[in-house]
Design a protein around this ligand. Structure first.
Ligand code: C5P
Length: 399
């Protein structure tokens, strides 16, 4: 049984457009509801009437068509489907997607969607091999768009090579397989970064300021997100525990290095700041070893950048979900709620560290705080906290 219920099929203008009629029928055989956008050039090859007769649904074409917008606005069209399939996809739509243009309904819907997008290219072999096309494809692959085909063979124009639209069965098998793997790995289409562990701020070449963070909670979260399929990067300060297997690891020492590594990873879908970042660093040169002279000394400290706040308050490339931690010794809910707003977070996992036990402990007791609610999680292992958090993330993106 597949969970794929609704597909938005975008049919662009190529001779292979006739194959999309068969594709609609076969998708419907799988009990999948198919809504179609037929581009202007697509309608040079097949008629809206044949598409609507086979799909059993209204066919959308124009961005500024009042009747269409009344039936289903372009934003709704981009979100209502479980998956968007572009078949056949011309060089033109591929290039528009790579550049982010929106000059018609199809390209606007593609810009507005938050759903998986599959491209089934169909074009002349020279157009396929053109460096511009290949550059655009590379960009789209990096953006997470998937390609089915093209196949090699005789072309309608009489040439031979890569560029034929994939066979209907192959397209259907690929998207059904996608659905199966999504069920197993629900965050497969998402990227995540996790900061973890303490940071170390040198006060001279051999001494530093740090804290008791073990890194356990952040590592467990990175591991759990990886298991759920997210492309996960763990940015970790120095710890004494084994690194999780699966996530990409970036090791840092200072808050400044952690900030740089974090910003370099953007854009990502999910950012979880579990690191216990040193709030202060030395406000003096660190090349000379501090000598004792029998007197008290004062170390001048300056504030470190707040990584979570920098991410949460970004105007561009802000992750869709920004999650922070708040370790508090008093007024847990009040302080955590304040941090949620002050740092621009979507969620805060707050814990009471007044007994000093959470750092290094295998268990954690979390108050899960969102902009509108707070829930008390019972005390559980840090792995279980990670799993529960992952489940909330999955719900956030899929419900
Ligand atoms: O303000 P406080 O340190 O309690 O905030 C905790 C949260 O902020 C954690 O999510 C921590 O990872 C993050 N943080 C940060 N950069 C800092 C200080 C805290 O990302 N310099």
């Amino acid at each position: 049984m597949n969970k794929l219920k609704n597909i938005l099929l975008i049919i662009t203008g190529g001779i292979a457009a006739y194959k999309s009629l068969e594709l609609i029928r076969r998708l419907k055989d799988q009990n999948i509801n198919v809504t179609c956008i037929l581009t202007k050039s697509g309608s040079e090859f097949i008629t809206p009437l044949s598409v609507s007769s086979l799909s059993g649904n209204h066919v959308y074409s124009d961005l500024f068509n009042l009747t269409d917008e009344n039936k289903m606005g372009h934003i709704e069209l981009s979100r209502a489907a479980d998956l968007i399939l572009i078949a056949p996809a011309t060089t033109n739509i591929i290039s528009k997607m790579a550049y982010g243009s929106c000059d018609d309904l199809a390209s606007t819907v593609l810009m507005a969607t938050n759903k998986p997008v599959y491209i089934v290219p169909a074009m002349n072999v020279r157009m396929w091999h053109n460096p511009a096309t290949q550059r655009n494809i590379q960009t789209l692959v990096e953006d997470g768009v998937k390609f089915i085909g093209p196949d090699k063979g005789d072309m309608a124009c009489g040439e031979y090579g890569l560029g034929r639209m994939s066979e209907t069965q192959e397209i259907i098998d690929t998207i059904l397989e996608h659905e199966t793997s999504l069920l197993k790995q629900p965050l497969k289409m998402f990227s995540a970064l996790v900061t973890a562990g303490p940071t170390r701020e040198l006060i001279d070449p051999v001494r530093y300021i740090s804290n008791k963070s073990s890194g356990k909670q952040g590592y467990a979260i990175a591991e759990s997100l990886h298991h759920m399929g997210a492309r996960t990067t763990l940015i970790t300060g120095p710890t004494n525990i084994p690194l999780p297997i699966g996530p990409t690891i970036i090791k840092v020492n200072t808050a400044e290095e952690m900030l740089n590594a974090t910003e370099a990873l953007l854009p990502v879908d999910i950012a979880i700041c579990a690191a216990a970042v040193s709030d202060y660093k030395a406000n003096h040169g660190i090349n000379e070893k501090i000598k004792k002279n029998g007197e008290n000394i004062t170390i001048d400290l300056t504030e470190n950048p707040d990584i979570l706040k920098r991410i949460g308050k970004r105007n561009s490339s802000r992750p869709s979900l920004v999650i922070g931690f708040a370790a508090e010794t008093s007024d847990l809910l009040k302080n955590a709620n304040y941090k949620l707003t002050a740092k621009g977070c979507d969620w805060i996992l707050a814990n009471d560290v007044s007994d000093g036990k959470i750092f290094g402990d295998d268990n954690n007791k979390i108050e899960f705080i969102t902009k509108h609610s707070s829930h008390s999680w019972e005390k559980m292992s840090k792995e279980k906290v990670a799993e529960k958090l992952s489940k909330n993330i999955i719900n956030y993106f899929t419900s």
